[in-house]
Design a protein around this ligand. Sequence first.
Ligand SMILES: CC(=O)N[C@H]1[C@@H](OP(=O)(O)OP(=O)(O)OC[C@H]2O[C@@H](n3ccc(=O)[nH]c3=O)[C@H](O)[C@@H]2O)O[C@H](CO)[C@@H](O)[C@@H]1O[C@H](C)C(=O)N[C@@H](C)C(=O)N[C@H](CCC(=O)O)C(=O)O
Ligand SMILES: Nc1ncnc2c1ncn2[C@@H]1O[C@H](COP(=O)(O)OP(=O)(O)OP(=O)(O)O)[C@@H](O)[C@H]1O
Length: 532
Amino acid sequence: MTSPTDRIRPAVLVPRPVAELAARFDLTTSDPGTLAEVQVTAVASDNRAVSDGDLFVALPGARAHGAAFAADAVARGARAVLTDPEGAADLGDLSVPVLVTDEPRLLLGPVAAWVHGAPAERLTTFGVTGTNGKTTTTYQLDHLLRALGRRGGLVGTVETRSGDRVLPSRLTTPEASDLQAVLAAMCEDGVDSLSMEVSSHAIAMHRVDGVVYDVAGFTNLSQDHLDFHGDLATYFAAKAELFTPARSRQGVVVVDDVWGERMAAAATVPVQTVRTGPAREGAPAADWTVAEVAPRGTGSAFTLTHADGRSLRAWTSLPGHFNVANAALAVVMVLASGVALDDVVAALEAGDGLSAQVPGRMEVVGPGDGTHPRVVVDFAHNTDALELALAALRPTTTGRLVVIFGATGDRDPGKRPLMGAAAVAGADVVVVTDDDPHDEDAAAVRAAVRAGAEAARDRAVAAGRDVTVTEVAPRAEAIRRAVLEAAGTDTVLVAGRGHETLQEVRGVDLELDDRVEARAALRARAERTPTA
Ligand SMILES: CC(=O)N[C@H]1[C@@H](OP(=O)(O)OP(=O)(O)OC[C@H]2O[C@@H](n3ccc(=O)[nH]c3=O)[C@H](O)[C@@H]2O)O[C@H](CO)[C@@H](O)[C@@H]1O[C@H](C)C(=O)N[C@@H](C)C(=O)N[C@H](CCC(=O)O)C(=O)O
Ligand SMILES: Nc1ncnc2c1ncn2[C@@H]1O[C@H](COP(=O)(O)OP(=O)(O)OP(=O)(O)O)[C@@H](O)[C@H]1O
């Protein structure tokens, strides 16, 4: 998380005439004479991020209309304002040209791309969408591209990276104007390949307009974000847009779930499919299949084979079958971009496969040594991810599997009891705590999760399983207690917040990093019982 004003922007800016902008994008202005001589060098849609020389685009939103901030934007140096008729009516006298279009959000990306000289076209661009696995796959892509000698740039939930410039993220996919500035900065920093997460929100809100990805990737789809999209079909449709010529040149789709099969069928760009498990009866054959999955270090190795017989062996240090799927997707996306198979094989050797370090994704905070438990922090924050994270840890857990997690306030309440039930299905000790309560009563969110967990526990106990469910808040205390109480052979999974370092409670950001809390608890334990 970072301040609303932090941005990565190019250092060298090229002035663009506003008159040309108006003509190119068919913008109206009440006084065309005012456009002569005015130039802009960058684009901002948040007044707090405006720099001298910017075009300020005042967008209508759910909470505000950007027009309310236009006067401040001009005071900060905006040279012109672009808005809709409603915004224009509210601007008053700004002393800079005002350009008007009916839906400025549709132009934000293309205008910013034009101002920055179409930076996406100067990069090889990889965009990954899907409910789970976007961050992991982009880190694996970036890892492989670097092993190939490329200079990688990264945009996603954890951070944005351009050369030596690194900025923690506020959004998974930045606002369109910020994205184009980052891409321009990447060109300046010598980056040649972009690995980027594309959220469904971003597609629906036109944040990636202005980019046509060389290769788009799809991981999977399961219930999430229904507060925004309404239903799964709409959520799917938002993601499916990425696989159309307006947004990508070709796609790679994991067809392990039925949504992947639908995505491959719906795509209107050429698509290669990847299957990592057994095929559903009646499912079409996949182009690439994963076989011979075997444990390797903390993760897995696997063979990836094309229907035409081409084949390679790859591996990742990240545990769980889902990370095999992410890794296979990354490899096929790189191959799809035109890299020869032999070069990929050599890069896998040189770079230790796809063993990227992904902050807060299956991050092992304490390895476990028989005296102290293994402690893993993972970002699993929906039902599917929670189930899979637990399943990934079960085979290597000799004692009990403990999970600490909560659900987010103000978001998708339908998934709370389902997450509770998933935790009971996968773990032996379930500790329900807080995630980000936002503006909701944290105790009520916990109660909804616990209700699902307790109902599942009653069924599990009746069936002869030994499962406990407790509720402990605040989260730091839940982590501390679970780590202190675990046996040395147990695994403790702290799920849901991954790399996040701030917990939002009623508009206040509290410092909370699961990894820091888990390490502190492990230290307290070690002081109490030193390792033999
Ligand atoms: C639902 C959603 O995505 N909303 C985003 C949207 O809000 P909005 O259109 O309602 O805008 P608004 O807040 O009413 O503001 C209107 C305009 O005034 C501007 N403004 C606003 C306040 C101010 O002080 N100054 C100012 O200039 C805003 O920049 C905006 O252009 O545009 C805003 C500006 O870019 C975003 O901050 C906001 O993201 C909100 C905060 C958000 O939480 N989004 C999440 C749900 C999201 O997008 N998540 C996905 C990932 C999901 C996942 O896979 O986990 C993501 O890509 O991050
Ligand atoms: N391919 C996958 N299928 C299912 N679950 C996965 C997959 N990859 C990762 N996960 C789980 O989902 C969690 C989030 O993974 P990751 O951050 O890579 O996904 P994401 O799509 O970027 O999520 P978000 O957009 O919410 O950040 C991981 O911590 C892991 O538990």
